[in-house]
Design a protein around this ligand. Structure first.
Ligand code: UFG
Length: 353
């Protein structure tokens, strides 16, 4: 029997279908690859409000088959219920959410309705269908400006600095309350640090709409000549070189953390469970370090200037990811250089299209 036929047979014999909401997005699409490689059958629901159809082509080229995808807002109970039943969903990874910090301050209701509404709808459908396992996309933004570094999961959650950040905090609270109420759910929240890079094939990667907000796409677009100049937001922070420090994690490492979390939840069965994990490398790098590393690997000088601080930025944050290693058996494997190389390869192949 051919390999794709064997795969299909395995899929049909075991219930390993994982619904990936927002699966055409940046982290979602890379997680779809990691899931498929681990033997799961990913099914996507995405409304393509912040992603492009070309992602599905990239996934098809990487995996060798078309990933099922429902084009719809996941904040719709009827669509979700139908999807759960039709595809025999066994677990869910919930990425679908708006994520622009600035926009969230201007349009709070849009963010609360979308990010929290979809989570509540999803939980209701899970209860109705008896699906227990859920992985939730949270963020290190919940730590705010931390009192000490690296940050551990037991540290207090600080008042959110943005509506977007608040949707992550409240999302975590909703999930914790579900388990505390004894509802039949097994949930893990993953607090992401700064995802960067792309799949090494350069067939999928980050596709920011318009001018990027995040550092790495801004760097690669500047190097490619799409943006004239990178502005380094401040060099007067109390850090060794004065620029901010973050924990940049390769998006494939982050994707694999979802698979590890799903496996840790184990087989569907009775009981309630809620836990939270930091997903970072444990290493902090400054903005200027990223600029230098990028210049070094690309062989190009980056046109940048030191600009004013960006409102809302914290000085430094990086993870203590010991808990993920001890309890999920997961740790980041790829280096900062590798992540930047993959991001650059992705940007260069975008130009060829
Ligand atoms: N930066 C620049 N110039 C740019 C863009 C960013 O100097 O053009 C700097 C920022 O000041 C910051 C660092 O690069 O010091 C990283 O900035 P990003 O915008 O890439 O990432 P953030 O750390 O601000 O935000 C990320 C996610 C958010 C999440 C947050 C949690 O994008 O979704 O982490 O801290 F909420």
């Amino acid at each position: 029997m051919c390999l794709p036929c064997l795969r299909l047979l395995k899929f049909k014999m075991t219930n390993n279908t994982i619904l990936v909401t927002g699966g055409a997005g940046y982290i979602g699409s890379h997680t779809v690859v990691a899931l498929a490689e681990a033997g799961y059958r990913p099914v996507i629901i995405d409304d393509f409000s912040n992603s492009q159809q070309s992602v599905l082509d990239g996934l098809k080229q990487i995996l060798g088959y078309e990933v099922p995808c429902v084009v719809h807002d996941c904040n719709d109970p009827a669509t979700l219920l139908d999807l759960f039943q039709r595809e025999n969903v066994r677990g869910v990874i919930h990425f679908a959410a708006f994520k622009a910090v600035g926009e969230s301050m201007a349009e709070p209701l849009k963010y609360y309705r979308n990010n929290l509404g979809s989570l509540i709808t999803l939980l209701e459908v899970m209860l109705e269908t008896g699906v227990t396992d859920l992985i939730f996309s949270s963020s290190c933004t919940v730590y705010g400006e931390p009192d000490s570094l690296p940050v551990v999961e037991t540290m207090p959650v600080k008042p959110a600095a943005s509506v977007y950040g608040n949707t992550k905090q409240v999302g975590e609270e909703i999930l914790r309350d579900m388990a505390a109420a004894g509802k039949p759910v097994k949930i893990i929240s993953l607090r992401y640090f700064n995802p960067i890079g792309a799949h090494p094939s350069a067939l999928i990667g980050e596709l920011p709409l318009g001018v990027p907000n995040n550092l790495v796409p801004y760097i690669t677009q500047t190097a490619a000549g799409i943006r004239e100049q990178l502005s380094v937001f401040g060099d007067d922070y109390p850090t060794p070189d004065g620029s901010c420090i973050r924990d940049y994690i390769h998006v494939m490492d982050l994707a694999e953390a979802h698979v590890a979390a799903l496996q840790a939840l184990g087989q569907p069965g009775p009981g309630s469970h809620y836990d939270v994990f930091n997903i970072g490398t444990g290493l902090g790098h400054s903005v200027l370090e990223l600029v230098r590393t990028f210049e070094n690997l690309s062989g190009r000088r980056l046109n940048y200037r030191i600009g004013p601080r960006r409102a809302g930025d914290i000085t430094a944050v990086y993870a203590d990811a010991t808990k993920a290693w001890e309890q999920l058996g997961w740790s980041a494997k790829r280096s900062l250089r590798e992540a930047l190389e993959d991001a650059w390869r992705w940007q260069q192949q975008l130009e060829k299209k």
